[in-house]
Design a protein around this ligand. Sequence first.
Ligand code: ATP
Length: 264
Amino acid sequence: MLMVQGVSKLFNPGTVDEKIALLNANLHLKQGDFVTVIGSNGAGKSTLMNIISGVMKPDAGHIYIKDTEVSQLSEYHRSRWIGRVFQDPMAGTAPRMTIEENLAIAYKRGKARGLTFGVTGRTRKIFREELSRLGIGLENRITAKVGLLSGGERQALSLLMATFTRPQILLLDEHTAALDPARAELVTTLTEKIVRELNLTTLMVTHNMEQAIRLGNRLIMMDKGKIILQVDEEQKKGLTVGQLLGEFERISGKKMADDRVVLG
Ligand SMILES: Nc1ncnc2c1ncn2[C@@H]1O[C@H](COP(=O)(O)OP(=O)(O)OP(=O)(O)O)[C@@H](O)[C@H]1O
């Protein structure tokens, strides 16, 4: 479903600020794979997400979504296949618009041009049904401005919007990191539910080691632009945070440096 093949990305090449963000990264996600991504500061996790979603182009290598090479396609052109939720609850939604207006924009994504953003009786019914799947009562507040929602509610809405058109790939970029523990847990539970129900192929960056082990069926670890460890479903069962950190030290020869790391 998603193939990252020999992808490299260098920032400021040939200058004192040269940074290797990705170096010959290879990754293959099958339909329905849910892969968590961990790594030290500056390991290249966000760059990997940005290159898959088309925010930036790789210097070398190829990205395929369902056998179609997308490496040189714009972010806009890939948006019909990719849903993304960011760390910042403000990033995925328009605060001055209502819940239903936000959903109308998400609904239009990937559909033919010319459709209006308007909310009709039929779409309102669909929106209510989709919102009720979240189980947090947003279906009763569809005319409320999104700016009035809590961070957790906004992330839940962002998640719904990102998955509304059943994307081929769902990218979750530390999407629970800015929430307090209770809201983070709520959004995590919703994530598991939506990914499972829609059988979405998902890549999720997290600084929470326990979450990285608990969620999904595979885990990858990055350091200095490389994927240094891939843990499969069997190996992930029974894995502990201590073992994971030990593996990082063994392979990279250093302790994991991450100022936001959460052990669980
Ligand atoms: N736009 C940019 N310009 C210059 N350097 C960049 C840019 N974006 C990322 N980098 C550098 O590329 C490397 C990888 O960064 P990236 O943000 O992908 O890491 P990360 O694993 O997401 O880190 P963190 O967990 O700290 O957010 C880092 O050294 C970073 O400083």
